[in-house]
Design a protein around this ligand. Structure first.
Ligand SMILES: Cc1cc2nc3c(=O)[nH]c(=O)nc-3n(C[C@H](O)[C@H](O)[C@H](O)COP(=O)(O)OP(=O)(O)OC[C@H]3O[C@@H](n4cnc5c(N)ncnc54)[C@H](O)[C@@H]3O)c2cc1C
Length: 529
């Protein structure tokens, strides 16, 4: 595809012309982008502003699984699982270059408990298959020791009794977010990154829009809209505090750490699952873009840092649990990148006259007396269904005109090919660009590789078509090198800055962009003592 696409400057010019918006979305993670795309696909006039970059928050820091949530099944939450499995199938069909099936192996150790465990987990996963129905990706199977060792290269052999194999899926979260943004823009939405909501506008006490500030130029835009959706993840209370009478805080953050080690620790094409760690959580080892992701944790925090750092105990915990299932135990020296995502734990809101709330599934939609609609929680897998819930709440309150749901059920996202070319577990490359691979390959520098799977042409494509404005936008979220190998990513900062300088001209501060990325990469490369 080489469809003409408006530049960021064009989008800002159109915002400055004070368009009559139906909907203004604040926050460009999975949730906000899903809402903007759905509303645009239903023909509404939409704008979205993102303070940093698309998916800069939690949405680039997921475990990269598109999953029904086996653990909800254990809690008996069949409805939640069935819906997530349905959404999993839709995402795989709508973005096969960025979301694909992945086999999982749950290793069973020791003779005692082995049959009980096998029965417990095996029957749960067979139920998972049944719930998936036609959306199923493959059948759950019981593997003997020899079969397990063959299917799951890298799994610890000592004491292995057998395994259960089941199917789920994985994705590239940040590239999917960029695809959502571009798909919404293609349907007329004004979606702009590096543009923060700095205040709400009110008419007679009712929310009537927001003031947005372009972080590069400092220019402010008064954006008036019939409906304002606050989709700022763990930061929703900051926006609620801009409202009159904001009520009690909704979110308590908790953090999840991931460590990335080389592919040699898990060389096959499957993921491993520890269903119950020593502290009762689930832990994954996932092959992703030529590396192995280990994680995650769940540790309460009191601040809302843009770049939270891991705690030493979390690193030790992940390495210890990984050593329990991997033949080759990873050490601190093997870790190539450590990154942290914040999870919004939603406190049930006050019941105040005039508010309506749905605390369904894992997410909250709160329509406040002022008209501000806040959404938080949930998971990437169900972003599309969440968007439908949010728009239903806005329409039920008369904030948006009624339009039928379902516009995004079969909506192919930017770059979506008919089917996947390469597994997502393979090293990055042109296949991640789907139908746009030929366009990327036609840009200057297509043969000049900066790092395995990253060419100069890809950096140019990120600037020209994917709204990248900084070295970090390129190396963290268009390419995922920061998450895969932070030291290597840091070493490329100057070369990427030079290419962006050519592409973006005066809008780009090369020195500052390079400096701040080098600092960030050093943080991702460093483990706490
Ligand atoms: C550790 C971890 C692992 C996870 N793994 C998975 C997984 O494997 N699969 C899965 O399905 N789900 C997973 N999830 C859940 C999933 O990642 C989240 O549900 C999802 O990313 C939340 O998206 P969001 O858009 O609500 O929040 P965010 O992605 O945080 O987006 C909010 C955005 O709002 C912006 N913002 C804040 N203030 C302003 C402002 N004033 N103006 C403009 N913009 C603003 C921020 O910059 C940010 O980009 C995981 C979550 C965590 C924490």
């Amino acid at each position: 595809m080489s469809a003409p696409q408006p530049a960021r400057e064009d989008l800002l010019r159109r915002l400055a012309a004070a368009p009559a918006l139906d909907l203004l979305v604040i926050g460009g993670g999975a949730t906000g982008l899903g809402v903007a795309l759905d509303a645009a696909a239903r023909g509404l006039a939409v704008a979205l502003v993102e303070r940093e970059d698309f998916a800069k928050g939690t949405s680039s820091r997921a475990t990269k699984l598109v999953h029904g949530g086996v653990r909800y099944l254990a809690q008996g939450n069949v409805h939640l699982v069935r819906e997530a499995l349905r959404e999993r199938a839709r995402l795989l069909a709508n973005a096969p270059h960025l979301a694909q099936p992945l086999p999982f192996v749950l290793p069973l150790y020791g003779a005692r408990g082995r049959w009980l465990e096998k029965w417990f987990y095996g029957s749960g996963l067979l139920a998972y298959d049944l719930l998936a129905g036609r959306a199923g990706l493959g059948h759950t199977a019981f593997l003997g020791r020899a079969e397990a060792l063959e299917a799951a290269a890298g799994v610890r052999g000592a004491g292995l009794a057998g395994a259960v194999r089941y199917w789920d899926a994985q994705f590239d979260d940040a590239r999917l977010a960029v695809a959502l943004a571009r798909s919404a823009i293609a349907r007329g939405a004004l979606v702009v990154n590096h543009c923060a909501a700095v205040g709400l506008l009110h008419d007679d006490g009712r929310v009537a829009g927001a003031v947005a500030e372009d972080r590069a130029s400092g220019a402010q835009y008064a954006l008036r809209a019939r409906c304002v959706v606050n989709a700022t993840g763990v930061w929703v209370d900051e926006i609620r505090r801009m409202d009159r009478d904001p009520g009690r805080e909704l979110v308590a953050p908790s953090q999840g750490v991931h460590l990335v080690v080389g592919r040699e620790f898990l060389p096959g094409g499957h993921a491993l699952l520890v269903p119950r760690t020593r502290d009762g959580r689930v832990l994954f080892a996932v092959p992703w873009l030529g590396a192995t992701i280990l994680g995650t944790t769940d540790t309460p925090r009191h601040d809302l840092a843009a770049e939270p750092e891991p705690f030493a105990e979390e690193v030790e915990f992940i390495l210890r649990e990984a050593a329990g299932i991997l033949e080759r135990a990873p050490t601190r020296a093997d870790v190539r990148s450590a990154w942290v995502g914040l999870r919004p734990l939603v406190r049930p809101p006050d019941a105040r006259p005039g508010d309506t709330k749905t605390l369904s599934r894992e997410h909250l939609v709160l329509a406040e007396r002022s008209g501000l609609v806040t959404v938080t929680g949930g998971k990437w897998t169900t972003y599309r269904a969440m968007a439908e819930d949010v728009l239903a709440a806005c329409m039920a309150r008369g904030l948006l005109p009624e339009r039928p749901a379902g516009a995004t059920v079969a909506l192919a996202l930017a770059g979506a090919p008919a089917s996947a070319q390469q597994p997502l577990s393979a090293a990055p490359g042109l296949h991640l660009y789907g139908t746009e691979a030929a366009l990327v390959a036609s840009l200057p520098g297509a043969q000049r590789e900066l790092a395995p799977g990253l060419t100069e042409a890809m950096v140019r494509f990120a600037a020209r078509y994917e709204y990248a404005r900084t070295v970090e936008d390129v190396l963290a979220r268009r390419s995922r090198l920061l998450f895969l190998d932070a030291r290597l990513a840091g070493s490329l900062a100057a070369r990427v800055a030079a290419i962006l300088d050519e592409e973006l001209g005066r809008a780009f501060n090369a020195t500052e962009s390079e400096r701040s990325f080098v600092e960030l990469a050093a943080r991702y490369a460093r483990l706490p003592q």
